[in-house]
Design a protein around this ligand. Sequence first.
Ligand code: FMN
Length: 307
Amino acid sequence: MSADLRVSIGSLTLNNPVLVASGTFGYGEEFAPYFDLSVLGGVVTKTITLEPRAGNPPPRIAETAAGMLNSIGLANVGVEVFVREKLPALQRYSTAIIVNIAGRSADEFKAVLRRLEECDLRIDGYELNYSCPNVKEGGMAFSARPDVAYEVTVALRKETTRPLIAKLTPNVTRIGEIARAVAEAGADAVSAINTLVGMAVDHRTRTPKLATVVGGLSGPAIKPVALAKVWEIKNAVSIPIIGVGGIQNYEDVLEFMLVGASAVQVGTANFVTPDCAARIVRDLESYCDREGIDRLADLVGRLNVEC
Ligand SMILES: Cc1cc2nc3c(=O)[nH]c(=O)nc-3n(C[C@H](O)[C@H](O)[C@H](O)COP(=O)(O)O)c2cc1C
C-alpha cells in the first residue's frame, strides 16, 4: 500500500508536502542533473523583481556553527529573462511551479505579477517575498507592518486568481498579527520563515564576514524558531501554512506538520545535499508505510499539547 502524500494549499493540490525554498534552488533546472524534479511537491523559484538585480557586494556568504549567513540581496535576472529563459525549462516537470516575486514598492510587485500573468506558461501560484532582510530599501517593511502587508496583498489579490502565498519574516515581535493581516487581505496561505537577522565576525582581521555586516541566518540553527513561528501563526489564522527553516530530513517535516504546517520548504540543506528534498519524499513514503498512515495530511496540526 502506498500512502496518499497529497496536501492542499488553498485551491492548489501538491503531490506531496515537500517544496524547495526560494533562493536555494536557483530557477529549478540547475538541480535537474541530481534528480527528477517531478518527485517534488513544488519548486519555489528564486525571487524575481521587475528589473535584473546584481545583489549585494561579496563576500555575501558566511558559514556558522549550525547553518549559514547570506546577504545575496535578491540578485536575479529580472522578470523578462525569467519568462523567456527560466520558466519555460520548468514546464516539463509535473511539480507545482511557485514563482516568488518581490518589489521595492506595491507598484513594482504589481508590475512583476502582471507580466507573469500575461505569459502563457504554467504557473501554479505566487509566493510574495515580503520578508527579505538583506535589501537596503527595506524589503522587510512589507511584513514588519500589518497595515502595509494588508495593503500590498489586497492590491495583488485584484491582479490574479492564482494562489497567493505571503512569505513572512521572523524578525518581528508578533508574526501572528502579520499573518492575520495577509489572510484578511485575501492571501491563500503563508510561508514562514525567511532568514533571521544575524552577524559573523572574523576576530583576526577584526572585520565582519559579510560585506553588508549583517545578513540572514538559515539552516538547522533556525529550526526551533521556525517551529515556534509556525505554531504562533497556526493559532492566529486558519489559512494553510508552509513551514520553512532548517529542514534537513523527513523527521523535521513531520515536526512542522504536527505543529500546523500543511507543507514545507527545504532550503539551505539543498546546498549540502542537492537531492535531499527527493530523499525526504521517499523517506516520508516509507514512514507512512511503516506506521500504517493512509493520508499524510491527517498529521497536520496534530501536536499533542496536553503535557
Ligand atoms: C543563499 C540564500 C538565498 C535566499 N534567497 C531567497 C530569495 O531570493 N527569496 C526568498 O524568499 N527567500 C530566500 N532565501 C530564504 C529561504 O528561502 C528560506 O526561507 C530560509 O533560508 C530558511 O530556510 P532554510 O533554513 O531551510 O534555509 C534565501 C536563503 C538562502 C540561504
